[in-house]
Ligand binder design. Structure first.
Ligand code: TMP
Length: 224
């Protein structure tokens, strides 16, 4: 991967990711932001992790399958990272090169929070692996939707029976939440925390207000 790709900064597009614990409402907020930015004339590409490319979607089926309940934490880490490497190279970098605003449902911060803080793998090793898999690409902005674990799991409700990670203990999800909040404390400008319990439309407006300045910094020529 070239130096240009490693920083992501020389590419004209912007990468905005949504993250948070289960039931935080990321997907709903991502769809609303996509509609709002598109209406304002931005070229938007919406995608997700794990997934977003044919290999990524294949890995998604594997990694979320309750049949693999006993999967080793390191195997889980590398499956998520394999999906990310393919997704970044085949989908995200080309979209950023075309000047698009890429909205991704989960990205590297999820791996640090879930596999690092949740599973307890050594954080320095997880962070190094995350950097390698994404080729150094980091989101320009992470929209971190935060809410108490009990409320997130209650919102997920029925879906808990179908996703291998949803079935984890409350303590696991609490470590994940704490991990996300620690990341945001470390980089408050790049990782912005939003209270996911706010009314939907109020939250949409707050997210749009945080994201628009980041989009406006898109290299001249691709702005609407
Ligand atoms: P989703 O339900 O938000 O689509 O995410 C799928 C699950 O995968 C969710 O439980 C979080 C988990 N996950 C990780 O554990 N590590 C990662 O790197 C990613 C992207 C997701």
């Amino acid at each position: 991967m070239t130096a240009r790709h490693r920083s992501g900064r020389d590419l004209p597009g912007r990468l905005i990711t949504f993250d948070g614990i289960e039931g935080s409402g990321k997907s709903t907020q991502l769809a609303a932001l996509s509609r709002a930015l598109t209406a304002k004339g931005w070229s938007v590409v919406s995608t997700r992790e794990p997934g977003g490319s044919p290999l990524g979607e294949g890995v998604r089926r594997l990694v979320l399958d309750p049949a693999f309940a006993g999967m080793s934490a390191r195997a889980e880490l590398w499956l998520y990272l394999a999906a990310r490497a393919d997704h970044v190279e085949r989908v995200i970098l080309p979209a950023l090169a075309s000047g698009a605003v890429v909205l991704c449902d989960r990205f590297s911060e999820a791996t640090i929070a879930y596999q690092g803080c949740g599973r307890g793998l050594p954080l320095d090793e997880v962070e190094a692996a995350v950097e390698l898999a994404a080729g150094g690409l980091r989101p320009d902005l992470v929209v971190l939707l935060d809410l108490p674990v009990e409320e997130g799991l209650r919102r997920v409700g029925e879906r808990r029976l179908t996703n291998r990670l949803d079935l984890e203990s409350t303590a696991f999800h609490q470590r994940v939440r704490d991990g996300y909040l620690a990341l945001a404390t470390r980089e408050p400008d790049r990782i912005r925390v939003f209270d996911a319990r706010r009314p939907l439309e109020e939250l949409q407006r707050a997210i749009l207000a945080a994201v628009e300045p980041v989009c406006r910094s898109v290299v001249a020529g691709s702005a609407p």
